[in-house]
Design a binder for this molecule. Structure first.
Ligand SMILES: Cc1ncc(COP(=O)(O)O)c(C=O)c1O
Length: 448
């Protein structure tokens, strides 16, 4: 049986921003619709089909601008792994951000879209020789060295008269982030060179020995969905300590310090998020203090936010396909997407909020599990969601904070096909990425 947990909802709320995890432009529309970027989500779903990812261009731009404002003297690189398409590359380039890419695919897409290669930084714990060659051919600004084999591999590609700027990724031994799978600031995981034990110092010495490699600085990335500034302050301490050791041992002062990304966002109303202005002030101050203590010039700060730019900028819209109430009192609302377009709940147990759009309900609310359409019991998008008790097939559900690590991690499971992406701005919607069809899968087959 459906369990009623609240009195019937009132009629339309006033047309105020929804706040919380929603884009700043989100406000109630007519007939229970929800406007994002001035476009009704139900209207967009009618036009483009579902599942649909609605990307608010204004929100992406505003978030990019907020970083530039908070950190005017830093390099802000958008982490493409959160979500990349040509439009996204255009918007962040327009707003003055650089780009962090971690594969030849991301690199190639960005450069093909016209993103200036000099403003691109290439990551990756297992860059192939082809990726390194492509990065050199396209003249990417910086490459982050993540493993010992890469030092010689990259040096072999570089002529001494056109040196490659590199950073060395180090592991400061700081645990932060929402899930063990994304905690990269500690030992026992595959990324970077640990400071403790001397791996980082050895790698740095080897890089400095290569005439074709210009060591510009140190890099670290602590983890994801970090909502407090303190871990970043500890990272500054650790990395400035290492910069001072490098100066003492090699007589060089490195001009850049990259603290990676990991800035946390709200997925549900009431969630915490990293306060970017506070981050900027406290990290910049701490860097100045530690550098003064060690007699170092203050290096240029680099940050690589992905989620905090893309995440809150998109809303996923699903259509309900079935509603099932079981004898043991559970209710399952199955939608036309799921773990193939959003693997985060299945991978990390990530919580989300979700709401009905496109009609008003006078019914009370009920606790339901919003589940996907895939052949796996773990395909649950939102556990214990509070939704109208009269949900029925055909209804539309909208999930905020859907812009990061959903489509970029989407799979072809069950050959369902990845959703379409539409951009909204000033009351207009346009398709950026069409829906993937079974014909797309079939076209990749070249034998039987
Ligand atoms: C090296 C590096 N930089 C930046 C990011 C972006 O992190 P976020 O999207 O959490 O800001 C990641 C994410 O995994 C990363 O590995």
């Amino acid at each position: 049986m459906t369990q009623l947990i609240a009195p019937p909802a009132a009629t339309d709320a006033p047309a105020e921003p929804l706040g919380g995890p929603w884009p700043a432009s989100a406000r109630p529309g007519r007939g229970g619709d929800l406007l994002v970027g001035g476009v009704g989500l139900a209207e967009a779903a009618e036009r483009f089909g579902t599942p649909l990812y609605v990307l608010d261009e204004g929100e992406v731009r505003a978030r990019a601008r907020a970083y530039r404002r908070a950190l005017p003297h830093a390099d802000v690189l958008y982490a493409a792994k959160a979500f990349l398409c040509s439009a996204m590359a255009d918007w962040v380039a327009d707003e003055g951000l650089g780009l962090d890419v971690c594969s030849a695919g991301e690199l190639w897409l960005a450069v093909s879209a016209g993103f200036p290669a000099q403003r691109i930084l290439l990551h990756g714990n297992a860059k192939s020789p082809e990726e390194l060659r492509l990065a050199r051919r396209l003249r990417v600004g910086r490459i982050v060295i993540d493993g010992p084999a890469e030092i010689a591999r990259l040096a072999a590609l570089v002529a001494a008269d056109t040196p490659q700027k590199v950073l060395v990724r180090v592991v400061p031994g700081i645990a932060a982030g929402h899930h063990a799978a994304v905690q990269t600031g500690v030992g026992g995981q595959k990324f970077g060179f640990p400071i403790e034990g001397g791996d980082a110092a050895d790698a740095i010495a080897r890089v400095l020995d290569q005439p074709g490699l210009e060591l510009a600085g140190l890099h670290c990335h602590l983890g994801s969905q970090i909502t407090q500034v303190e871990p970043y302050l500890r990272a500054v301490d650790a990395l400035v300590g290492l910069l001072a050791q490098i100066r003492d041992r090699h007589g060089v002062e490195l001009p850049e310090l990259d603290l990676g990304g990991g800035h946390g966002i709200k997925y549900r109303p009431g969630d915490e998020e990293l306060d970017i202005a506070e981050f900027a002030v406290r990290v910049t101050d701490r860097l100045a203090v530690r550098c003064a203590e060690t007699g170092l010039e203050v290096p240029r700060l680099v940050v690589e936010p992905g989620r905090a730019v893309a995440g809150p900028s998109a809303v996923a819209v699903y259509r309900v396909l079935s509603v099932k109430h079981t004898a043991d009192g559970r209710s399952f609302v199955a939608v036309d997407g799921g773990m193939s377009d959003n693997p985060r709940p299945a991978l990390y147990g990530s919580p989300y909020s979700i709401r009905l759009v496109g009609r008003r309900s006078e019914a009370g609310t009920a606790r339901v599990d919003v589940v996907g359409r895939h052949c796996e019991a773990g395909d649950v998008l939102v556990r214990d969601a509070v939704l109208p008790a009269d949900l029925r097939p055909g209804d539309l559900l909208a999930m905020p904070a859907a812009g990061a690590y959903q489509l970029s991690m989407a799979s072809g499971y069950n050959l369902v096909g990845r959703p379409a992406v539409a951009a909204v701005r000033d009351g207009r919607a346009r398709l950026l990425i069409r829906r993937e069809t079974v014909e797309d899968f079939r076209l990749r087959e070249v034998g039987r």
